[in-house]
Design a protein around this ligand. Structure first.
Ligand SMILES: [Zn+2]
Ligand SMILES: [Zn+2]
Length: 211
């Protein structure tokens, strides 16, 4: 599984496109804005879109999901239904932040234990509340890669001062679903550079076992 970041939106969100090396089947992850940049990558790499995967309902991740689903005739999968209140407020958020955003209800909500597949790749879904109550991440155990959204960043963690954010929940989600992975796992973050579980375990000042 390869993951291509294309920073978009005023929030410089990575909007990863993940694809199977063998089949070129791809998924759009968190297409929040600037769809033309994302579609340019998909066309340039000759990728075959399968569906849209949303990690959580914030505007920089979900604002343009409906537009992309209509443009390319793709289903929207995720986040967890606890983020419905965010998805139904995207248009209002867009007016406040001067972004073109549309409300939507996904074709399928995700839950802890669900598995997404595309090509020969599988993403194990984990529910990781804290940054947003319906935040989910996807773990590819064979490739040792994690689609982490805004749960864990290189040197930081997701903010918890937004509606229904909760710091204790976030730390618990990270401990339970990320720090239980081995050090070699690559973490693809919603913002900023990729990192590894090992690097964050050793150096991230927000995690319990940091020095
Ligand atoms: Zn967010
Ligand atoms: Zn974000």
């Amino acid at each position: 599984m390869q993951v291509i970041n294309t920073p978009i939106s005023p929030y410089i969100q990575n909007a990863p496109i993940a694809f199977c090396d063998d089949t070129k089947e791809c998924i759009f992850i968190d297409p929040g804005d600037e769809l033309e940049k994302l579609i340019e990558v998909q066309i340039r790499l000759k990728l075959i879109p399968q569906y849209i995967f949303i990690t959580h309902g914030h505007i920089d991740h979900a604002g343009a999901a409906k537009a992309l689903s209509e443009q390319l005739d793709l289903q929207i999968i995720g986040p967890h239904k606890a983020d419905d209140f965010l998805l139904q407020a995207l248009e209002i958020q867009g007016q406040m932040y001067n972004m073109k955003a549309q409300n939507f209800t996904p074709d399928k909500w995700l839950e802890q234990g669900d598995v997404l597949s595309f090509g020969k790749q599988k993403l194990d879904i984990r529910h990781c509340p804290g940054h947003a109550p319906g935040h989910v991440i996807g773990i590819n155990h064979d490739a040792k890669k994690v689609i982490a959204g805004d749960v864990l960043f290189n040197g930081s963690i997701g903010r918890t001062d937004l509606p229904q954010g909760n710091h204790q929940d976030l730390i618990q989600s990270i401990n339970k679903h990320l720090l239980t992975l081995d050090d070699a796992f690559i973490v693809h973050c919603g913002h900023g550079p990729d990192t590894t579980i090992g690097h964050e375990r050793k150096t991230n000042p927000f995690l319990n076992n940091a020095q």
